[in-house]
Write a protein of this length. Structure first.
Length: 174
């Protein structure tokens, strides 16, 4: 038995309106993987990857990507990216009027100029953090705690001046 989500659950979890969910299922943009509707009285059932795809498609629509453009993106990624469920597999970036896929450190257009690479590189934050952790482990370099209060050269806490001492100084001057 496969676990799935009903359209009501899908709309609650993804924010995708029911009418949009129906439209996308009918036109093949995001179809339910567990069970498709077979006439009246039957219900579509979506799996978790379908929910991810729906959230991505909905986010793309909110960013200004039209439904026909979404279909072009999905078609291109299925044919050239060899992805069965591209909206739940691909790392997509909206760049002005284009949508691009990020893969192996490169950015490639999938909408305006499908297949055309951008002259850029991607800094993968997770990779950078992982490298730092690995280097720190390998060199046994660990962070040191730094006190939040100022310390004098002799290692004693410096007491902040109270308002009373500054008031006394002003009184002596007058």
């Amino acid at each position: 038995m496969e676990i799935g989500f009903t359209p009501r659950q899908v709309t609650e979890l993804t924010g995708v309106p029911y009418s949009t969910l129906n439209f996308w299922a009918r036109n093949g943009l995001v179809q339910p993987s567990v069970a498709s509707a077979k006439g009246s009285g039957s219900e579509r059932v979506y799996n978790f990857n379908d929910l991810v795809a729906l959230k991505v498609a909905f986010a793309l629509r909110k960013s200004g990507v039209t439904t026909p453009s979404l279909k072009k993106i999905v078609t291109f990624l299925r044919e050239h990216g060899r992805m069965e469920k591209p909206l739940s597999e691909a790392r997509l970036v909206v760049t002005g009027s284009d949508v691009a896929i990020v893969r192996k450190g490169e950015v490639v257009s999938v909408l305006s100029r499908p297949g055309q690479g951008y002259l850029s590189f991607v800094v993968d934050l997770a990779e950078v953090i992982g490298e730092l952790v690995n280097i720190a482990d390998a060199t046994k370099t660990f962070a040191r705690g730094i006190p939040s209060e100022p310390i004098s050269a002799k290692g004693h806490k410096k007491e902040p001046r109270s308002d009373h001492s500054s008031i006394r100084r002003r009184q002596r001057r007058t």
